[in-house]
Design a protein around this ligand. Structure first.
Ligand code: SF4
Length: 616
């Protein structure tokens, strides 16, 4: 069979038996689950048995890139990695833009399925049809940059997905980093690779991707690129940290983390994912002082270094140093930005003692942060206590520890609902992977007119009969229904991401369900209507929820951290009020109702499962 858009193959590697199998892509599966997080979700549900230890050979590590990935469609870059998360105990996943996904597709594979555990450290080398499991004895123990460089010295120009010491030692916040700068950092997938004794995957593919109707494809890509290139958001996202002030909504930032400091102290240049005209990722370099010359390539260049503020970094130089260390060790910097201050607070409150920390004083300064990071990666001293994240730490320490924490399903959120009741924030609660904003992109991150919201809703497939409920006419912020719009955004985004799309502001306005449907047809030859794509998104989302239910998740796991509901948040000079527990419960009720799920339990109903073909 000839494949278009899709590469047409699934590569299965069993590390226990050291066997490799190649299977043709099941096009019915592709139609129902599209690719990426959709297809990975289906396999995760089918092959990861409920209740397994995420760090046992029974876990399955999945890579998948959707049908648009590897083509020149702007923003079609996202590769999904998935497994049962050691951090949350639920479905774990992370997407990346400069990931090995396109190269996997050029080698002939839409999906890579890794099972079992090698007896000793190995790395996988995929060169088109040739698949080798090689000894990684000399790579084990090396940081991600060193190991990636060494693999390239041995093999040449391969794309490399790699773990660091944190993954090797089974830290629950271990990341996988592709090509030294695409961070699959959330939900501890690096520890899953480490538990399989898998240091890295190196890929080189030479086949390219064929599209179904070349001329139409070229024309449509040209149109899409023109739309993206005209986006006023490009400048905001790309250059010198203007986004900082935009997102902070006028809140005063500490002097060391101001836009001025960012632009003058550390911003070097921008770069982008393959084929994308936006290029809003950043190369950051400290220009002088203690960390002179420290350089990192970062996807969220203004936000990632700033994540270390609460832990005690006082300026961007220090933040860059922490990010560099985090990337080398293979640690999730966003989780660290919450976990370390949480541990410091528990220490200040006497809940964690010097006995727990192995004598280390948990001070709020950069040297202590760097020390803690090393301990976490190697699971030594205080690192053993912190290495499995906030949820595990709260369980261990009991007392009032939960009051100081801020995780959702074990994953620390990017944003806080007290800063705004918007879809991007509420979506942290309902996201099956835990507290993360991606999957609930909408347009509510800034005030909009009613017509804009209604147009957006129609684009993502909100049915006409529901439109007045989801986007009632009126003034901001009464012109959208938070939980109901969250549901529709999640469904649309699930489909869009599964196809490979990027969710950044300069890209997303170029797409909607009609565009995706047309693009899918001319890229792959599959005729899938806008409504069918929307239904696939809902199916994908619901299946991820079912994975969690099987692991014991309940409605309670959708609740926010205690402090969101009971404490005021001081941000600059503003005091932001808590969102009361009754308000959250009411929002969740409405969300489940919009989903057609059982309101009391938050579980999909049998009728909904039948409707989505998930009842088998
Ligand atoms: S917008 Fe940024 S993150 Fe998205 S594809 Fe383009 S360069 Fe990559």
């Amino acid at each position: 069979m000839k494949y278009y858009g899709y590469a047409g193959g699934v590569l299965k590697v069993d590390l226990t038996t050291q066997t490799v199998n190649k299977e043709p892509l099941d096009m019915e599966l592709a139609r129902d689950y599209l690719g990426g997080m959709g297809m990975n979700g289906r396999l995760a549900y089918d092959f990861i048995k409920p209740g397994i230890d995420p760090l046992s050979p029974d876990n399955v590590l999945l890579y998948s890139a959707g049908p648009f990935v590897g083509t020149v469609i702007p923003g079609a870059v996202r590769t999904n990695i998935m497994a049962k998360s050691p951090l949350t105990g639920f479905i774990g996943m992370s997407g990346g833009g400069i990931s090995i996904g396109p190269m996997l597709k050029y080698a002939g594979y839409d999906q890579l399925v890794i099972t079992g555990r090698a007896e000793k450290p190995v790395y996988l080398v995929i060169t088109d049809d040739k698949v080798e499991i090689k000894d990684a004895g000399e790579l084990w123990g090396k940081d991600i940059f060193q190991a990636t460089d060494e693999i390239r010295d041995r093999l040449g120009e391969y794309w490399v997905s790699c773990i660091g010491p944190a993954g090797e030692h089974g830290a629950g916040l271990a990341s996988i980093i592709d090509n030294k700068n695409s961070m699959h950092s959330r939900t501890g997938l690096g520890a899953v690779a480490g538990s399989k004794n898998l240091k890295a995957i190196a890929v080189q593919g030479t086949r390219g991707i064929e599209v179904y109707r070349r001329k139409e494809f070229r024309d449509m890509v040209k149109e899409l690129r023109a739309t993206v290139e005209q986006s006023p958001a490009i400048d905001l996202w790309r250059n010198e940290g203007k986004i900082i002030d935009f997102y902070m909504g006028g809140f005063k930032r500490p002097a060391g983390f101001s836009q001025k400091e960012y632009a003058s102290r550390i911003w070097k240049t921008y770069y982008g994912c393959i084929g994308c005209p936006v290029g809003d990722k950043g190369v950051l370099q400290v220009k002088d002082g203690k960390y002179d010359g420290v350089t990192v390539k970062v996807s969220n260049p203004w936000a990632t270094p700033a994540a270390f503020q609460l832990a005690g970094c006082t300026n961007y130089d220090q933040g860059v140093k922490c990010v560099e260390m985090g990337n080398r060790l293979g640690l999730d910097c966003f989780t660290l930005g919450h976990l370390i201050p949480f541990a410091q607070t528990l220490y200040e409150q006497g809940i964690i003692t010097r006995e727990d920390t192995g004598g280390l004083e948990l001070k709020r300064d950069v040297d202590t942060i760097l020390e803690i990071m090393k301990h976490i990666a190697y699971r030594e001293g205080v690192g053993e206590l912190l290495s499995q994240g906030q949820k595990a730490l709260i369980e261990k320490k009991g007392e009032d520890a939960y009051k100081y924490g801020d995780h959702i399903k074990g994953l620390e959120p990017m944003y806080d609902m007290r800063t705004g009741s918007i879809v991007e924030n509420f979506g942290h609660l309902t996201n099956p992977r835990g507290g993360h904003h991606a999957r609930s992109y909408s347009i509510t991150y800034m005030p909009r007119k009613s017509e804009s919201i209604r147009k957006f809703c129609m684009g993502i497939g909100v049915p006409e009969e529901t439109l007045d409920l989801v986007a009632p006419r009126g003034d901001w912020p009464g012109n959208f229904n938070l939980p109901r719009l969250t549901k529709w955004s999640e469904d649309y985004n699930s489909a869009y991401y599964s196809l490979g799309g990027c969710d950044r502001t300069p890209i997303t306005p170029a797409f909607n369900l009609d565009v995706l449907s047309r693009l899918l047809e001319i890229t792959t030859g599959m005729e899938v209507s806008p409504v069918e794509i929307r239904t696939s998104g809902e199916r994908i989302w619901t299946l991820h929820r079912m994975f969690n239910m099987r692991e014991g998740a309940t409605r309670k796991d959708d609740m926010p951290p205690y402090k969101w509901m009971y404490e005021t948040l001081a941000l600059g000079e503003k005091q932001l009020q808590p969102i009361r527990e009754e308000t959250i419960q009411a929002l969740l009720d409405e969300y489940y109702e919009e989903r057609g799920w059982d309101v009391a339990t938050g579980n999909p109903t049998e009728q909904k499962l039948i409707e989505l073909g998930l009842n088998a």
